[in-house]
Design a protein around this ligand. Structure first.
Ligand code: FES
Ligand SMILES: [Fe+2]
Length: 361
């Protein structure tokens, strides 16, 4: 597993940003659940209100795991989650959603100030649970994307289901490389008659605009699939796809450990009419499967490749170096991000006549 220092991305092993941690419909539905991301063990639980909470897994008292227990009477008696708090199965210390210990059953008058669990910012949006990871332990300085079609069912949008590709032995930088990867579009994805490919670097966003024919997602081989694909932060890729159907694709990836990355896919589809969105769900699902299978073509490469610490870039390739430099802003102290952004800001056209930057979504 190739760690971050090999790629010379920066100071931190894991980046700063919002990251997917699971499917909101499934996560924590059976009580507190163990998650392992960023090389650490965490516990996800929902309070009595249904609100999601994410805390470090090990109790500050004597190190018991808060979720890996089935035999303690705290668990058997259903006292693990009370209100928005979580109780340790070992000696029953209870911690509030801010991480502070709020009850020690056998010590009503003394709770040590240091009895505090580390908590992580967590949010639920578009059917997904997200966490904010920050090596400096600060609050988010980026917004979670809006995923606007999620709230446009009345305009014929069909919400996505989550496809889980599992955890791959690949550093996330090699996934982000895709933003610059013009050369793989034909061989991997079956793109035909390329028309345009550029990248726009804009703060914590990077955009790729790509127009070509496509063997699976355009309506037929002669028509065009126009893609505006962008990252907001280090791990959330969306693609506005105008093929057989308008659709919004999500690719989310989260570091599990050094050089290990979990990847999910999802796709929302705009059906031609409200009626079709209600009655012809299968067509939307089929389109999601076609998109899932297109990304699976990348996934198969990622799952089996050797690390590419220094891509052997040729002039016809897209700007790998710039994409990696853009990506490095998330691996360095927050106060260095602006300087890194400034170094890459702007447009790189790899194929076709330059188009105005302002036309990008
Ligand atoms: S180890 Fe958690 S209460 Fe003692
Ligand atoms: Fe790809």
């Amino acid at each position: 597993m190739t760690p971050t220092p090999d790629y010379k991305l920066g100071t931190y092993e894991f980046p700063r940003g919002w990251f997917m941690i699971g499917d909101a419909g499934k996560l924590g539905s059976k009580g507190p659940e163990t998650l392992h991301y960023f090389g650490q063990e965490m516990v996800f639980y929902r309070g009595a209100s249904g609100k999601p909470h994410l805390v470090e897994a090990y109790c500050p008292h004597m190190g018991a795991h808060l979720a890996k227990n089935t035999t303690s009477y705290v668990v058997r008696d259903g006292e693990q989650v009370q209100g928005e708090s979580i109780r340790c199965p070992f000696h029953g210390w209870r911690f509030g959603p801010d991480g502070k210990c709020d009850d020690i059953p056998y010590s009503p008058n003394f709770i040590p100030k240091a009895a505090c669990l580390k908590t992580f910012p967590v949010a639920e949006r578009a059917g997904i649970v997200w966490m904010w990871h920050d090596p400096e332990g600060q609050q988010p300085d980026q917004d979670l994307p809006a995923f606007a079609p999620w709230d446009k069912e009345n305009e014929g949008w069909v919400r996505w289901l989550i496809d889980d590709y599992g955890t791959l032995p690949v550093h996330a930088v090699e996934i982000v490389d895709n933003m610059a990867d013009f050369g793989h579009m034909g061989p991997i994805h079956g793109s035909l008659h390329n028309q345009y490919f550029d990248n726009i670097f804009d703060g914590h966003k990077v955009i790729q605009r790509f127009d070509a024919g496509h063997r699976t997602l355009a309506s037929d081989a002669s028509s065009t699939l126009a893609l505006d694909t962008w990252y907001e932060g280090p791990s959330i890729l969306q693609s506005d796809m105008r093929g057989a159907f308008p659709s919004l694709m999500l690719l989310a990836h989260t570091p599990v450990g050094k050089g290990m990355t979990r990847i999910w896919h999802a796709l929302m589809v705009k059906m031609p009419s409200l009626e079709a969105a209600r009655t012809d769900l299968e067509t939307a699902r089929m389109y999601q499967r076609a998109s899932r299978d297109a990304v699976a073509q990348d996934v198969e490469i990622w799952a089996n490749k050797a690390p590419s610490v220094n891509p052997m870039q040729i002039p016809a390739d897209g700007p790998y170096g710039k994409v990696r430099l853009w990506y490095s802003q998330f691996y360095n102290p927050r106060d260095k991000a602006a300087a890194i952004q400034k170094r890459v800001q702007g447009q790189v056209v790899t194929f076709g006549e330059p188009r105005p930057v302002e036309d990008a979504a």
